[in-house]
Design a protein around this ligand. Sequence first.
Ligand SMILES: Nc1ncnc2c1ncn2[C@@H]1O[C@H](COP(=O)(O)OP(=O)(O)OP(=O)(O)O)[C@@H](O)[C@H]1O
Ligand SMILES: [Mg+2]
Length: 473
Amino acid sequence: MKNLNYPGLPRILVIDDEDGIREGLRTLLQSEGVSVETAKSAEDGIQRVKQKNFDVIILDINLPGADGLSILSSLRTNSSPADVVVLTGYGTVANTVEAMRKGATDVIEKPFTHDRMLAVIRRCLETRQLKNELTWLHDRVRELTATELIGLSPSIREVQTLIDQVAHAPDTTVLVTGQSGTGKELVARCVHEHSNRRHGPFVAINCAALNENLLEAELFGYEAGSFTGANKEGKQGLFAMAAGGTLFLDEIGEMEKTLQAKLLRVLQERTFRRVGGVQDIAADVRIIASTNRDLRSEVDGGRFREDLFYRLNVMTIEVPPLAERQQDIPLLAHYFLDQFGRQMGKSLTGFTEESTETLCEYRWPGNIRELKNAIEHASIVCPGGMIDECHLPKFSGGAVDGSDAIARNVIVLEGADCSIRNLESQLVGRVLEMTKWNISRAASMLGINRTTLYNKIRLYNLGSRPSRAQVSV
Ligand SMILES: Nc1ncnc2c1ncn2[C@@H]1O[C@H](COP(=O)(O)OP(=O)(O)OP(=O)(O)O)[C@@H](O)[C@H]1O
Ligand SMILES: [Mg+2]
C-alpha cells in the first residue's frame, strides 16, 4: 500500500460467498500491492488460516451454512492473530456490537466504497506495524537492560550467591569492585532486580563525569536561585528520583573529598538537603557504589575518606577479571552471539574450533566489555553460519600465559647448523609453541597460509599439537 512501510507484503484473506465481492476485493487490493487469497466458505477460510498467517481477514457475516461471527474467534487463535474486518448488511447495529465484542477490528456495511475499504485496511496495517515496532523496541530494551549474569565458574557463582544474599537486605549499602568491563554495573542491576526495591527505579550516575558542584546539584537537587545558572523552579536530585529504588554511584573513587563528606552524612542520617535548602528530606534509597580503584590504598594515600570507606564497605562484591574465569568465555561468547544474531536478523550458529581457541587463549584486558565488542564485530563481519578466526578482530592484549612476552625475536641456533632450513624449522616451532599450536594464528604470524604451515610441520618433523590437557591455561 502506498506510503506504508510494511515489512514484507501484507497478506489479506477475503472470506465471502459472493463471487463479485471476492473477486472485486482481490482486484482492488492487489492493485495496492497486497497479497490476496480468497475463501468461499467458513470451512475453507478456517483451513487457510491453519496453513498460513494473515495480517487482515475480511469476513462476511452471512456465509452459507455458518454465521461469520461464529467462526471469528477460531480465526484468531494463532500467536499473532490477524485483524478481522467484518462485512455486514445495512443497519445491523447488533451485529456490529457482537463482532467488536468477539475481537473484530472494524465493521464495514455493505455496500461499501473502495475508499472506505482501503481506509480501514490501511488503518489495520498501520496499527499492526506500530505494534510490531513496539514489540521490537520492548525486546531491545529488555536486552539492553538485561540483568542476566552469565557464568558458571566458581568465582562468578560466588558473586551470584553474594547478590542473592545482599538482595534480601534492601537498605544495605553495597560496594562493587573490579577491573573495567568486568560487569560491575550489571552486578548492581542484579542486586536491584533481586531485591524488593525492584519495582522502584534504578538510577545510575557516573561520579567521574561531572565536576564537584554539578555532581552535588545532580545528586541532591537544588532550590530555586541557589546558585548562578540554577533553574528558576529548582530541581529534584537523583536521591529524590531514586526514592523506593536504588542509586548506583559509578566510579565513586573519583568523587571529591568535600562531596564524600556530604554523601557520608546521607548514609549515616538517611536524609539529605537540596543545595540551598534547609529542609531534611528522607532518603529512601539503597546505595550501590562501584570503583575499579583499590579504595583501601586510596584511603592510605589520603584521597578517599576512611569513614566513608567503612560505610561503603559493609558488603563488598568483587567481580573477577575475565582472564581468571576462562571457562566462562565460550558461554559468554555464545550468549552475545545469540543476542547480536537476533538483533541483526542473522543466523549465526556458533564458533569454529579455531575461533573458540583464539577466544579462550586471549587475555581480555578489557574484560567482558571487550569480549562483547569482539563478538559484535564478528557478528557484523560474518555473513552467517559459524564464526571463524577471520571474523574476529585483531587482538593486542596477548595470550593468557603471557607467552607473547617471551622474547619472540630471539632464536638460539643450536649446534653449528646455520642453515636457513634450521632457522626456519626453529622459527616455525617457536611460533607454534607461542600460539599453543593454533594453526591459523601461527600461520598468520608467520605470514604463510595454513597448508604451507602443515607442509613445514611435516617437513621439519615438528610433531603434532599437544593434547588439550597438556596446554596450560
Ligand atoms: N556475567 C555477564 N553476563 C552477561 N553480560 C555481562 C556480564 N558481565 C558483563 N556483561 C556485559 O558486559 C558489558 C560491560 O559490563 P558493565 O558495564 O557492567 O562493566 P563495568 O565493570 O561497569 O565496566 P566499567 O568499569 O568500564 O564501567 C555490559 O554490556 C554488560 O551487560
Ligand atoms: Mg561501569
